[in-house]
Each structure stands twice: as structure tokens, then as C-alpha cells.
Design a protein around this ligand. Sequence first.
Ligand SMILES: [Zn+2]
Length: 651
Amino acid sequence: MKRVLIACFLIVSVFSYAQQTDYVDFMKINSDIILNTDSLKIWGNSTVEFKILKSVDSIFMDAKKMNFHFELHNHDSIYYEYDGEKLWFLSRFEAGEKHKLSFKYKVKPKKALYFVNKNGEPQIWTQGQGKYTSNWLPSIDDVNDKIEFDLSVTFDKDYEIVSNGKLINKQTNDSTATWYYNMQEPMSSYLVALAIGKYNKKTETSKSGVPLEYYYYPEDSLKVEPTYRYSKQMFDFLEEEIGFAYPWQNYKQVPVHDFLYAGMENTSCTIFSDAFMVDDIGFNDKSYVNVNAHELAHQWFGNLVTATSGEHHWLQEGFATYYALLAERDIFGDNHYYFKLYESAVDLGRQDLAGDGTSLLNAKSSSLTFYQRGAWVLHALRSLVGDDVFKKAVKAYLEKHQFKNVETSDFINEVERFYGKSLNTFVDVWIKQKDFPVDAAFGLLQNESTFINEYLMVDCQAKTSKCKEYIRYYVSDEAKVKVISQMPELVTNDTFKHGFKVRQAISQYVRQIPKALKDNYETLLDDKSYVTIENALYNLWTSFPEERAKYLSKTRNVEGFNDKNVRLLWIALNLNTPFYQADNKQSLFEELVSYTDERYNADLRINAFNYLNLMNACNDTCKSNLEKAKSHHNWRMVKFAKDMSEKLEKK
Ligand SMILES: [Zn+2]
């Protein structure tokens, strides 16, 4: 293949004044991919179809740090140039032409696709948003070019391969298998997903007939029901509430090890952190319900209609947060809904007081602003225009802009059309101005929710006389939690009779346990909450040294969350209880050290490192694992490892 030396000049001349999307529309990317866990490399064979919109002499795809090999059959008039970041196609492209090109590539991705070690087993997953899919798949970083992606992926036949769209074929070879996925509609490149690992799956069907696939690790079969609880109900609810049929062929959810975020809404294939795989008890403390609903809502708001740029990011995060809240309201009721709105209004007010507030249209806004203020805008807007107008406008907005990109005015225009009045003032106050309209927000809450009115009335910092009464009866459990947090000394044996949240608050705020409460306090060790058990075990162990053996015996089989919060505390307390299980200390210590190994999840490792640091017991194995943690793919793990290393050096 001939290389074109004047390429750089041409490239600069065309794109200094316009977006590439004005000149070309990439329509389809078909890619065969082979992954290798030893070399951490990917080999791809892509066929790309595009249409020229305006005559141009060069177009590009994004492709980071790749090696290319070309087979431009019947296209000898098209030349290529690769600059390490972009793959350029050079020719006298004329408006209206359609092209189909093929090329092979090889890449060792720096980010966006991760090879991870899960308990000694390889697992592979992707994160496109914020990282760029073009680190492993030549594609288009600009979200404004929507493309139909069809991936076929080859890997060890003992693993499951999950990607966007529908699995249309699976071909097994000697040691490998190729899985063929097919999409029918276009999407932005950041939504391309791939997850490979050892999985089983459970399938349900939505009311409208969409297959819902819940993936899980084979060892987690008991966690499937609590983790995915309400999935179908939320799916059916959102389809009905949004008024626009779910736009993709199916909906898959895949937990992965050491994910970078809580979840990511890849089209028809949400990937989420396996820390949300919870058992019946974990469900009460740390359920997947909210993340589940949020990523599902993005399948419409973000994936079907995508913000043109960061200024309109709230059209994705604000909508996903709001619709997740509506789905939760359908399950947990109005009080839950208003309490969450109340909490976010408090956070937004604090952000403004700290001087960190921004307009919702500022691309550099905090997550709090994009997510929570965005959700508040929709709540306030609906209160203003009414349910009927709001729902009609949302539906029309999706119909008009489906599979395209949107700006804030596209949505507001639809609402104004059905409302019949200008929304300029609303937009200024709720969306454009720097400060969150906190008074207006509280006004709405007080108007709409007696539950919130009561909660606001209960305040033991302002007036203490009634708090003794509040904690006994009258008020909601949320308000009782507030009283306990402000005046833990008011807790009596009666207080233990209240619900789960109240009992958890006791474990959190009553740390030095009065003798009179001892019997009731011990019952907290049986609560269906790993947070409560962890708090109660520690507080009982410190408050009643003579009973330590009893508390340790009672909790010896409790593991806790994915980060083994109860187990690690139990080991630490055991090691500090000399007379209890004296022969067992060495093996328990080794167990604690073993959790710092890279085959465990980052939360568990951080937890184990913290305990070892606290006990001044980070030995050579611990130190060597800490060193390795510095090159982990998750920045939280890296930051933790660097900070702890520094502290160790100073000791
Ligand atoms: Zn989101």
C-alpha cells in the first residue's frame, strides 16, 4: 500500500473549521475480535460502512495506539494514514457516495477494556464512557455519530461472552468459541460493551415481550433473587411511565469484578459492579435497585437520545436519576421518593453555600448537579405543568429525536408546545442560574409531603423538650433516626422495638453502651443488616470486655458484604482477644493478609490493608501486595496504595 506524504496538510485544511459529522456519516461497524489474556492483546478485523454527506478529501476514525493492516479491495483510490490516534482515509470523496472498507488491527489497550483477575480466573470487561471505546475498537469518539455495531468475539469456549444486541449465532471450535452479536439500531461509540467471564444467567420476559437477562457468577446463585429483585417490575413500570416502548432487542445486566463505577448503561447491556451482588441480608443495606433503575432509564435517556455535548449532560444523568426515583416510588412508596428529594435538596444547598454550585448547563458541573439537580428540574417541571403535559412532552421528545442527539432546548420546546406557555422563567431559575433554587425546592416538598413536613419539624438541636416523645411514638422511623443522631442518650429499651432503620441508628450512634441497654443491644447481632452487625459487634466488644468470647462465638460465621466487612472486623477483634481461640491466631492472621492479594476485589483489599495498618502488622506479603496495587486499573485502589505506602515509610 502506498503511503500519502501530503496527508497531514490535507487533514489540517479540512477540519479546522467544521465537525466531521457534517461530512460523513459512519453507519455500520462490523468487527471480529479475538482476545488473548496472556499477551493482553486484541486482534480485530473490521468492516466499516460510511456515507459521504459533503465532498471532502479525508475522513477519520478514532483508534488509539493500534497497528493496522489494510485490505482495501476494489478501493485502490482510497489511501490511509495513521497517526497513532486517528486512522485517516484519503480520497476525492464526493457527496452521496457510500463506501465499505475493511482492515485488520492489533492493540494492547491502555484503558476502556480491562483484563482482570477474579479469584484466579480471567475476566474481561469494557467501560467506554469517559475512557473511549477507540482504545480497543476503531470507532468514533464524537457522540454525535451514531453507528450500528455488530461484534463477533472469539475467546476460550468455557467462558460466556456478552455484548450489545442479540446473540444470533455461537460457533464452537476446538478450544475457543465465537459469539455473534447483532444490533439493529445505531448508537454512540461510548456505548459499545463487552464482558467475558464465568457466568450463569436467569431470563425473564417483560410485559411487552422484551427478554431480560440477569447474569451472575455460578457461586452466587443465592444472590440472584435479592440482587435482581424488582427488575421486571421496574422495566414494566418505566416502559409504561415513559410511554415509549423499550427501543432495543433485549436487556442484559452483567456484574463485573472491580468495576470503575456503580454501573454503566451500555446499550442493551448494562455492566455493574459485583459489589451489588447481595444476599437477602445485604439487600437491606446496599441493594442494586437504584442503580438497576438508573441504568435502565438511560436506555432511553442517553442511549436512544444522546446529549450533543457536556453542557447538556443532565439530559442523560438528570433524567436517569429522576426516572429511577419514580421506579423506586412505585416500589417503596411516596415517602421514600420525597425523602430522597429532600436529601438531594440539602446536598445541593450545601454545595452552593460552599461556593461550588454551577448552572446545570455548565459542562464542568459536579455529579451532584448533573444527577440530583437534573432530577429536581424534572420534578419541579412536572409539578408546574402537570402529569399529562409532562408525559406527552417526554413521549414526543423521544419520538422526534430517537437515535439522534439532543440539546436542552429540544426537550423544553416539546414541553412548551403541550403546555402552551413560555417556560423562560422556569428555565432561568431551575436550569440556567448558578444557585440551586433551594427555597422553591423546600416549598414544593412542604406542599406535597406531610411526611417531609413532620421530618423538618423534628429537630432536637433547636428544641429538645419534645424529643423524648418523638423517639417513643408519633413520628416516622426516619425522624426517629434524626433524633437518635442528635441525642443518642435518649435511646431506651423501648427504642429497640422500632424498625430496621431505627435499630441501625442505635448501632451507629450509641457507641458506649449503658449496662441497662445491654440485653437489647445484643439482639442487634441478629439483625438482617451487615452494617448493624458490624457496628454492634465492635461496640459490644469494647463496652463489655468480659463478654468478648460470647460475641465472637455468636458472629464467627458472618462474612458480610463483598468486602467481608464483618469477617475482617471479627478477625481483628479475635487477634486482640488473647484468651479466645489461642491456637488459631496465626492462621487467622494469614487469612487477613491473604485478602490483600490481587485476586480479591479492591474493597476487600483496602479493608484488609486498613486493618493490617491499624495493627502495625503489614508484613512482607502485605507490602508486596501493596506495591502491586499501585498499578491497579482502579484509581481508588491506586490512590489508597500510594497513600498507605507513604504512611508506612514515615513510620
Ligand atoms: Zn447515569
